[in-house]
Design a protein around this ligand. Structure first.
Ligand SMILES: Nc1ncnc2c1ncn2[C@@H]1O[C@H](COP(=O)(O)OP(=O)(O)O)[C@@H](O)[C@H]1O
Ligand SMILES: [Mg+2]
Length: 248
């Protein structure tokens, strides 16, 4: 039997109402991501990338269309049912870390696993593994405020992966990092992808997109291109300047 897609959007639409004015952010998106795939989402500012990631992770509600997670329809779930499923199946990394300031690094990383139902022992072992992989083993006991931006983002990635999520969603995870920290984040992403992690990630960075199996290009809330990295430039007429660099 073939596995269902990890995440699937069918004719997904999101229209924000701001002061009575409808703002269409996502306008009929169809997207299927299969187990083990790494999909990069690119597109200009305001094209709907963050909105799409939030909808796929149930952090925002769609206006119309369907979302399926792991073979289960989820867009019709109650907020609490979504929250439960999200804890079990989804890891998030945002541009601005979102670490809990008054918890140690270790607790930040263990929390999702504990919320997802892992035993304290399993949560601790997973945390030890991830922090070691990211070169942060010696930082486990400190508070996030004592870390550099790059270290905080690595902790955020460890936290997102703590629960062995079915799906890793990331919104510009290297957006605020210098090149050295970007390399560390990319190394772990590449490592977990190799081990089968399904990833959907928003990025402006050609190096990040270059690691993906597919690049989905958004423009004005619609997918205008979806395919392997190398073909993006040709297919969208050379406007994806940052993707072009990949070939140099
Ligand atoms: N919470 C919101 N309320 C109203 N409009 C929003 C909201 N979030 C995003 N938008 C609008 O939706 C469009 C897409 O935004 P966004 O998904 O943040 O794009 P991107 O991440 O590609 O920069 C933009 O026009 C933006 O102004
Ligand atoms: Mg955004």
């Amino acid at each position: 039997m073939t596995e269902p897609p990890v995440i699937q959007a069918i004719n997904l639409v999101k229209i924000y109402q701001t002061g009575g004015v409808p703002v269409p952010a996502i306008r009929g998106v169809d997207l299927t991501v299969n187990p083990g795939e790494f999909v990069a989402i690119m597109g200009p500012s305001g094209s709907g990338k963050s909105t799409l990631i939030h909808l796929l992770g149930g952090l925002d509600t769609r206006t119309s269309g369907e979302i399926w997670l792991d073979g289960q329809r989820v867009d019709t779930l109650s907020e609490s049912a979504w929250a439960l499923l999200r804890r079990q199946k989804i890891g998030f990394v945002f541009q601005f870390f979102n670490l809990v300031a008054n918890m140690t690094v270790a607790d930040n990383v263990e929390l999702p696993a504990l919320l997802g139902g892992a035993s304290p022992k399993v949560a601790r072992e997973r945390r030890e593994y991830l922090l070691a992989e990211l070169g942060l083993a010696d930082r486990a006991g400190v508070s996030p405020a004592q870390l550099s931006g790059g270290e905080q983002q690595r902790v955020a990635l460890a936290r997102a992966l703590a629960n062995h999520p079915r799906l890793l969603l990331a919104d510009e995870p290297t957006g605020n990092l210098d090149s050295r920290n970007t390399r560390d984040v990319l190394r772990l992403l590449s490592e977990v992808h190799r081990k089968g992690q399904t990833i959907v990630l928003v990025t402006h960075d050609a190096r990040v997109a270059g690691m993906a199996d597919r690049v989905v290009y958004l423009l004005d809330g619609q997918i205008v291109d979806d395919g392997p990295v190398a073909g993006v430039r040709r297919r969208i007429g050379g406007t994806a300047g940052d993707v072009v660099e990949l070939r140099g």
